[in-house]
Ligand binder design. Structure first.
Ligand SMILES: C[S@@+](CC[C@H](N)C(=O)[O-])C[C@H]1O[C@@H](n2cnc3c(N)ncnc32)[C@H](O)[C@@H]1O
Length: 327
């Protein structure tokens, strides 16, 4: 059996496409060209870039179908327009998030050799590099707009009530649930530095500053919630931390209340489904102890917290729901 050298060579060079898209957004090209085609001279004058470098960038973006050339004029294609911040369905923030990780992934050999993250802890990033951290949270909100619409159906919440979205960030998933379930009121709990992004993206939601690392996440004794949502949190933490997080989340539930875990759940062999398997190395490099967890592992944490997990609810997307109710 001989391998497909062309396919592998393409995989080796695939970074160039990501790099050029990231570069275009970094230098501000899509924002400049959005609704305003320019010639090369106009582009370099506006962006303060080098003509040869800029022409190289444009040439690559034309081959990737993001820019088109008509005579001396360069404009965005419909796909290229999605990279402009002013586009109503902009995914420029996703590009900024991935540009951060693009640079980090050059350290993947160290992550693989040592098993340790190669970036600063999130709390440090949020406190000391808030612009980048806020763009990250905005990107998660945009990713939820693209891919996260399945949560309300997977969660199947039948009654309204009070929901606490733990580590809810921009509030994207809580906002989707509030829209879908009559009488549901949501409060987002996150580190204080996340609040400005929630106010910008989902101002109708309530925010409380809290800390997943603290008992009851910092919520007072006696406070009870009908629902606690733990969305995209467990993959950021090692197993022993997750056992504690799930126990604290369960402790916030009213009798009969429901814990909803929305998470990238990996199969037992840890190589499928593909969307979850390919997400796993990102967790290894991004978070100390970051990992994707199996339904069995999540079920064990839920049982240890005194809850009985329901069977996993998985749609066509990679993120699934595991629900459990407080007796
Ligand atoms: C991967 S994001 C998930 C955001 C959101 N739940 C979602 O599903 O898109 C992790 C979230 O946890 C928050 N977070 C991280 N550490 C935290 C802590 N110690 N206490 C509270 N929130 C924290 C981050 O600010 C961020 O909003």
């Amino acid at each position: 059996m001989s391998g497909d050298a062309y396919k592998v060579a393409d995989q080796i060079a695939a970074y160039q496409e990501s790099a050029l898209i990231g570069t275009a957004v970094e230098v501000g090209l899509p924002n400049l060209l959005y609704g305003s085609p320019h010639n090369l001279e106009g582009i370099t004058a506006s962006l303060g870039t080098d003509p040869r470098g800029t022409m190289g960038l444009l040439a690559g973006l034309v081959t990737f179908g993001l820019v088109e050339r008509d005579g001396e004029t360069f404009s965005l294609t419909a796909n290229g327009e999605l990279l402009a911040d002013e586009h109503p369905d902009s995914i420029a923030m996703i590009s900024r998030k991935e540009w951060f990780f693009y640079k980090l992934w050059a350290e993947m050999p160290a992550a693989v050799r040592t098993g340790h993250t190669q970036t600063r802890a999130w709390r440090d990033r949020l406190e000391n590099d808030p612009d980048q951290a806020h763009d990250f949270l905005r990107a998660l909100d945009d990713l939820c707009r693209l891919y996260g619409g399945d949560l309300p159906e997977l969660a199947g919440l039948e009654n309204g009530g009070r929901l606490l979205d733990v580590g809810g960030g921009a509030g994207s998933h809580a906002a989707n649930l509030v829209k879908a379930v009559d009488g549901l009121e949501a409060t987002v709990l996150d580190l204080p530095g996340a609040e400005p992004v929630l106010e910008e993206r989902h101002p109708g939601l309530a925010f409380v500053a809290g800390d997943i690392d603290q008992p009851r996440f910092g919520r007072p004794e006696g406070e009870e919630w009908d629902y606690v949502l733990v969305s995209n949190i467990l993959h950021d933490h090692p197993a022993e931390e997750n056992e504690r997080i799930v126990r604290e989340a369960a402790g916030l539930l009213a009798p009969g209340g429901t814990l909803v875990i929305y998470e990238w759940v990996i199969d037992e062999g840890r190589t499928s489904p593909p969307g979850v398997a390919s997400f796993t190395p990102m967790m290894v490099i991004e978070n100390e102890g970051g990992w994707t967890w199996t339904e069995k592992e999540i079920g064990e944490w839920l049982r240890a917290a005194g809850l009985e997990p329901q069977p996993i609810s998985q749609g066509p997307g990679p993120i699934a729901v595991v629900k459990a109710t407080q007796p």
